[in-house]
Design a binder for this molecule. Structure first.
Ligand SMILES: *Cc1c(COP(=O)(O)O)cnc(C)c1O
Length: 355
């Protein structure tokens, strides 16, 4: 069987080495020493001033919207994971969808501008499959109209634009450390911002708003993560270079095997690195994608239609709207199986179905 993805598990002894310390300290959660250590190491690794380690990426998005005090309309993408849209609705804001660019698969900045009204408070868009949005153009637009910018950076752990982490753009970025992502802590998320005041506020918010044992600084929620999750994050971080280089080798081999096949690829943001978290290919039409998926399934290969259908078509709490580009791309896009331990033989099997 070739699954869509295989969560990475480190050698068990490496995880177990953290357990005696947890038992000795009897400190299981609430920003213990392992969580703090993980935050420091991740800030170093990502080259950002500070990160907040939270329970998951979705609550990171919800906290970001809340901390910025957003209301009214938030311009967002129809082509992403459900959490991008649901977080907006959860925070009682209205998602307004801007269609994507057919090359980059990220929201087109021209489309954002057309949708700005006096009710717009922010732009919340995804760096889809790790490909950075046009952060410079979005930054200029936001400045011109006085809008806040949140990036759903769930897919782009480690991605840089030139020397700068993709997470240094916008007011707030979030990352997901879910088990299926390129780097994970089983469950987990990161909130990143260069604005120290905002970070301080968010740090209170993730812990019920507590400021000391008997004082509250903010309205908060429980978005903390545990020492057990932090331990997994710390162990996996030791393997990050090896994981990234294995992913890159799998992707290079896919590229080589598929160079003769007529499949459209995502246009990558100039100067940005890749973390090879996904291997999306776009078929000429949905029928050929379906034939290919059938053939793969018959051989116990399980690719994934990501993200299908578009968020403007599938959510009971979103009024369907027509998104010509997203509606056209989404039914034709397939993410091929990809995980660090994937063997050349497995890639061969996937590619033979496509050919
Ligand atoms: C995985 C993902 C999320 C959610 O992250 P969780 O940590 O699972 O809550 C949000 N946005 C996108 C684009 C994702 O792929």
């Amino acid at each position: 069987m070739i699954p869509y993805t295989k969560p990475f598990l480190p050698p068990r002894e490496e995880y177990e080495a953290y357990l005696p310390g947890i038992w000795d300290r009897n400190w299981l959660t609430n920003m213990g020493p392992l969580a703090i250590d993980l935050e420091n190491k991740l800030a170093d690794f990502l080259r950002v001033p500070q990160v907040l380690y939270v329970a998951n990426g979705t609550i990171g998005l919800q906290l970001a919207i809340n901390a910025l005090g957003l209301s009214g309309e938030i311009i967002t993408t129809p082509f992403s994971f459900v959490a991008t849209t649901s977080s907006i609705v959860w925070q009682h804001c209205k998602p307004v969808f801007a269609d994507i660019d057919p090359g980059t698969l990220n929201v087109s900045v021209d489309n954002i501008e057309k949708l700005i009204t006096e009710k717009t408070s922010a732009i919340l868009v995804t760096h889809i499959f790790g490909n950075p949005c046009d952060v410079y153009a979005i930054g200029r637009l936001a400045d011109r109209y006085g809008l806040r910018v949140i990036y759903d950076g769930a897919h782009c752990f480690g991605v840089k634009i030139g020397e700068a982490s993709v997470y240094t753009f916008g007011d707030i970025s979030i990352c997901s450390l879910h088990a299926t992502k390129a780097y994970h802590s089983v469950e987990g998320g990161l909130i990143i911002s260069r604005d120290q005041e905002l970070i301080n506020k968010l740090a209170f918010m993730r812990n019920f708003g507590f400021n000391g044992p008997e004082k509250f600084a903010e309205l908060g929620i429980n978005a903390k993560n545990s020492e057990f999750h932090a331990a997994m994050g710390l162990v996996n971080l030791k393997h990050i270079d090896e994981l990234m280089s294995k992913r890159s080798a799998v992707v290079k081999y896919y590229d080589f095997k598929l160079q003769q096949v007529n499949l459209q690829r995502q246009a990558w943001f100039p100067g940005a690195s890749r973390n090879n978290e996904y291997y999306p290919v776009i078929f000429e039409n949905e029928a050929s994608l379906k034939t290919c998926v059938q053939e793969m399934n018959a051989k116990d290969i399980f690719p994934r239609r990501y993200f299908y259908p578009s968020l403007t078509r599938s959510l009971p709490y979103v009024t369907p709207v027509s998104m010509p580009v997203s509606d056209n791309i989404s039914p034709r896009l397939l993410c091929l199986p990809l995980y660090p331990e994937m063997t050349p033989k497995e890639v061969d099997e996937v590619c033979s179905c496509i050919q």
